[in-house]
Design a protein around this ligand. Structure first.
Ligand SMILES: *[C@@H]1O[C@H](CO)[C@@H](O)[C@H](O)[C@H]1NC(C)=O
Ligand SMILES: *[C@@H]1O[C@H](CO)[C@@H](O)[C@H](O)[C@H]1NC(C)=O
Ligand SMILES: *[C@@H]1O[C@H](CO)[C@@H](O)[C@H](O)[C@H]1NC(C)=O
Ligand SMILES: *[C@@H]1O[C@H](CO)[C@@H](O)[C@H](O)[C@H]1NC(C)=O
Ligand SMILES: *[C@@H]1O[C@H](CO)[C@@H](O)[C@H](O)[C@H]1NC(C)=O
Ligand SMILES: *[C@@H]1O[C@H](CO)[C@@H](O)[C@H](O)[C@H]1NC(C)=O
Ligand SMILES: *[C@@H]1O[C@H](CO)[C@@H](O)[C@H](O)[C@H]1NC(C)=O
Ligand SMILES: *[C@@H]1O[C@H](CO)[C@@H](O)[C@H](O)[C@H]1NC(C)=O
Ligand SMILES: *[C@@H]1O[C@H](CO)[C@@H](O)[C@H](O)[C@H]1NC(C)=O
Ligand SMILES: *[C@@H]1O[C@H](CO)[C@@H](O)[C@H](O)[C@H]1NC(C)=O
Ligand SMILES: *[C@@H]1O[C@H](CO)[C@@H](O)[C@H](O)[C@H]1NC(C)=O
Ligand SMILES: *[C@@H]1O[C@H](CO)[C@@H](O)[C@H](O)[C@H]1NC(C)=O
Length: 768
């Protein structure tokens, strides 16, 4: 300023105006914005609806471009909204030049890559939505420079790493929505500085560690806290009671322990309280039943104790979701529960409830999901249950309910999942499944059901799981099953099914079938080649998909994992899958009267994990093609009439944990090396002409070479003798079966192998 004093006034003006020109020449204007957006356009690699191609033309003003909004005052771009435009591309660094940008919404596209640090210049940003794209990498710590940010949505991406503690600097932040990513680590205590926060949605990530005890101290405006599906451990901080505005609180499916803070009962605005599936213990504070807005309660799946009192459900007129599963409930179900007319979902499973199945259940006419599995209920299912027009799920498994299955259930329009297993139901399966039948899973195993499988079940086109095992069903394997082209799991074990497993030439049936257990019946005839040919799910398997998944019902609201749970039994061991992997494949035809040879085509079932053909009357050699079953973990061909040598190709089965070839007429050397070094004598018992390790009988070296062409160079006489022998044996199979049952127990007393298989299959998921 000292120099200016000496300058004549006109010089001063000149200087000033020059300065002004220079200032505007260097400062960004709408042209800067245009080039930033053109840079963005050039980073779009796929624009299937041609939204930008012609519209974003330099012959029109940027401000009229689709998705662009300009401010009136400075004539600069203030908002970009490209949501749901099906665009694929990356974010260019030039976007950081949109220095007036206040709102950036590119939700629901396929943007990918990482975020350029030039975005730090967007210091006016108030709303940022990158949800449902494919962004990678960590959340940048420079997000903390967006000091005016009010909402940050990064949900449904592939973000990873920890949340930077600097995020706690965003003092204006109201919504932080990060669900469905791969974030991990502990929640930084600094989140507790976000005193304006209303929504904190971090569900379905891999957050771990404890919740810092003071984290809720200043979050008095919090309305939604969603941390479900993470790995958070430790206690629920008492400070949660500071969040008086909370309407939605979900800590569901973590590893939280300790007791539920009593103060939760002070959260009087609460509509949803979902703390199920943790390791919480102690009692469920009865104060929560006083919160009159409460609509959803899930406390099941912990080690909690809840006490029932006769009028406890009287404060809760709006209740529509109640999960008190695994809460050690005892006594009878309080009648006051049936006053909650809005109940849609009622889970009381895994308790000690007694008395009859309550008749009043039929009064809850909006009921959609009802599970009372694993209790001590008796009585029968009232036929008035069919008045529940919206019922989708009915689980009564593991009780002592008897009587017949109400005939009218076939008329229930929306019923999709029924599980009555392990009760005392008798009589027949209802006949009247209508054309629009919605069943996805149908489980009645372990009852005393007789008669045949109703043909009308073929109307349930969406059926994925059919388990009628361990009953007294007396039927053939009939064609209508082939109509069920969604069927993935078929369990007919331990009934009185008979006849041949004939299937038509239709090639489009059974394509999804991957778990088949028809063991312990009276099926006979040859092994069904046509049937095996159709099993595309096992032929092509999960290799086609990059991620093995759990079998789920996407339409169910519930986070139920065991909609498709399954008890699968082989070799006398029952294995319960609470979640069934879509990669689990098994064929169990054991303990029937199947005869003839094992078809070569079985070798095409490349994804097969368990194959059990034991205790039949199978003859001929073991096909060398079985060596192509590269995923196989358990192979049981025991107690048949197989002869010839053990094909050396079986040594290709790198995952094989269990091999049982005992009680056949196999001969020659046992293949050596690899998996074969892990099997013991038990695998070969009762084959008098086998030699080599692990048997003590050595091979006559030179004379006995493991031969691939075993069948061809075997002399025909030998073949014929075995063949005649097996015909003789054919009628006597029942007897042989009875005798060999003892061996099963003897040889497989240890469940370790099945546990190993299950663990390994799980690991395949973890590896993804
Ligand atoms: C924007 O600035 C550039 C120089 O950076 C200038 O050439 C242009 O005329 C300005 N445009 C407008 C609309 O002011
Ligand atoms: C671009 O799209 C916007 C919004 O749909 C429309 O108003 C504008 O006229 C379009 N411009 C051109 C050149 O097509
Ligand atoms: C996401 O975008 C697709 C089109 O790309 C659209 O069909 C879908 O409805 C959108 N989803 C949401 C939730 O906006
Ligand atoms: C915009 O951003 C790019 C890259 O960040 C930079 O090179 C350029 O100079 C910036 N300014 C203008 C006016 O485009
Ligand atoms: C996410 O993106 C997929 C694929 O574009 C779309 O089908 C789905 O509707 C989107 N979901 C949400 C919640 O935006
Ligand atoms: C997700 O990110 C991880 C690295 O964090 C990367 O290995 C993986 O390929 C990404 N997945 C997708 C689908 O982009
Ligand atoms: C942001 O927070 C960190 C601590 O988490 C602090 O060290 C840093 O100075 C803060 N930055 C700003 C710009 O406030
Ligand atoms: C969890 O997020 C992953 C992606 O990170 C997604 O594939 C999966 O469907 C989500 N699961 C649930 C239960 O929302
Ligand atoms: C932010 O959180 C940290 C840790 O709780 C605390 O030390 C700091 O004082 C807080 N800062 C502000 C501005 O609230
Ligand atoms: C919580 O509610 C109880 C009554 O249920 C009351 O005695 C107590 O003072 C309340 N605590 C707080 C922190 O509001
Ligand atoms: C249930 O409904 C029946 C009539 O359908 C009625 O007589 C009975 O009182 C109702 N019970 C309850 C507990 O509402
Ligand atoms: C099922 O519905 C049909 C027609 O809607 C009816 O004729 C039949 O009686 C019903 N059966 C039962 C058992 O309710």
């Amino acid at each position: 300023m000292a120099t200016a004093d000496f300058l004549p006034p006109f010089m001063f003006l000149l200087l000033f105006s020059t300065f002004r020109v220079t200032l505007s020449a260097n400062s960004p204007n709408i042209t800067t914005d245009q080039s930033a957006l053109l840079a963005l356009k050039s980073h779009i690699t796929h624009d299937p609806h041609n939204l930008l191609a012609t519209n974003w033309s330099t012959s029109t003003s940027v401000c009229s471009w689709i998705g662009v909004t300009c401010g009136t005052r400075h004539h600069r771009v203030i908002a970009l909204d490209f949501s749901s435009m099906d665009l694929t591309g990356t974010i260019p660094s030039q976007l950081g030049n949109l220095s007036f940008l206040a709102s950036l919404n590119i939700r629901n596209n396929s943007f990918h890559g990482s975020l350029p640090s030039e975005l730090t210049n967007l210091h006016r940003l108030r709303h940022l939505n990158f949800g449902n794209n494919s962004f990678n990498g960590e959340m940048p710590s420079w997000f903390s420079y967006f000091t005016r940010l009010e909402s940050l949505y990064l949900y449904m991406n592939n973000f990873s790493g920890v949340i930077p503690s600097s995020l706690g600097n965003l003092s204006k932040l109201e919504q932080l929505v990060l669900y469905d990513n791969h974030f991990k680590g502990q929640l930084p205590i600094n989140i507790g500085n976000l005193s304006n926060l209303e929504w904190l949605c971090l569900d379905n990530n891999s957050f771990s560690g404890h919740l810092p005890s003071g984290i809720f101290d200043n979050l008095s405006k919090l309305q939604i806290l969603d941390l479900r599906h993470n790995k958070i451990s430790g206690r629920i901080p008492n400070s949660i009671s500071r969040c008086k505005e909370l309407t939605f609180l979900s800590l569901y499916d973590n590893s939280l322990e300790g007791s539920i803070p009593k103060e939760i009962g002070n959260l009087t605005m609460l509509e949803c309280l979902l703390i199920g599936y943790n390791n919480l213990s102690g009692s469920v504070p009865c104060s929560i039943f006083n919160i009159s807005f409460l609509q959803q309660i899930s406390v099941g799946g912990n080690n909690l104790v809840a006490y029932l009192s006769s009028n406890m459900f009287d404060y809760l007129p709006q209740l529509y979701y109640l999960d008190l599963g695994r809460c050690q409930l005892s006594g009878r179900i309080p009648i006051s529960l049936f006053k909650c007319k809005s109940l849609n979902v009622l889970y009381l499973d895994h308790n000690y409830l007694e008395g009859n199945v309550p008749l009043e259940i039929s009064n809850l006419t909006s009921l959609q999901e009802f599970s009372i599995g694993q209790n001590n209920l008796s009585g029968h299912i009232p036929s008035s249950i069919c008045n529940l027009n919206s019922l989708k799920l009915l689980f009564l498994y593991e009780n002592s309910v008897d009587g017949e299955i109400p005939k009218c259930i076939g008329n229930m329009t929306f019923l999709s999942h029924i599980d009555l297993e392990k009760n005392n139901f008798h009589g027949k399966i209802p006949e009247n499944f209508g054309k629009g039948c919605m069943f996805q899973s149908f489980r009645i195993n372990n009852n005393q059901i007789e008669g045949s499988l109703p043909r009308s079940l073929g109307n349930c086109k969406g059926l994925k799981l059919l388990d009628v095992g361990n009953n007294y069903l007396n039927d053939i394997f009939s064609d209508w099953l082939e109509n069920l082209d969604q069927l993935q799991v078929l369990i007919l074990r331990s009934n009185m099914f008979f006849g041949q497993v004939n299937t038509s030439e239709i090639t489009v049936s059974f394509t999804r079938l991957r778990v088949i257990d028809i063991s312990h019946n009276n099926f006979s005839g040859y092994l069904p080649m046509n049937f095996f040919k159709k099993l595309h799910a096992i032929k092509e398997g999960y290799k086609k998909k990059d991620q093995p998944e759990y079998m789920m019902d996407v339409s169910a609201d519930a986070t139920w994992s065991y909609l498709f749970s399954l008890s699968f039994t082989t070799k006398g061991l029952e294995l319960e899958f609470r979640k069934l992997l879509t990669i689990w494949t098994a064929i169990d035809f054991s303990n029937n009267q199947f005869s003839g040879e094992i078809p070569e085509t079985l070798g095409e079932l490349h994804s097969l994990i368990v194959l059990n053909l034991s205790h039949n009357c199978l003859t001929g050699p073991i096909p060398s093609s079985l060596g192509d079953l590269s995923e196989l973990e358990s192979l049981d061909l025991s107690s048949n009439e197989l002869h010839g040598r053990i094909p050396t190709e079986l040594n290709n089965l790198g995952f094989l944990e269990v091999l049982n070839l005992s009680h056949n007429h196999l001969k020659g050397p046992i293949p050596q090396g690899k998996q074969f070094d892990t099997f013991t004598n038990d695998s070969y018992l009762g084959n008098l002409d086998l030699c080599g390790l692990p048997l003590s009988k050595g091979c006559n070296n030179g004379a006995e070479t493991p031969a691939k062409l075993d069948r061809d160079d075997d002399d025909d006489d030998d073949d014929e003798i075995n063949w005649k022998f097996s015909i003789l044996m054919g009628y006597g199979c029942g007897l042989v079966l009875g005798l060999s049952m003892g061996y099963i127990v003897f040889t497989t007393g240890k469940p370790w192998w099945f546990i190993k298989i299950y663990e390994r299959t799980r690991q395949r998921i973890a590896i993804r």
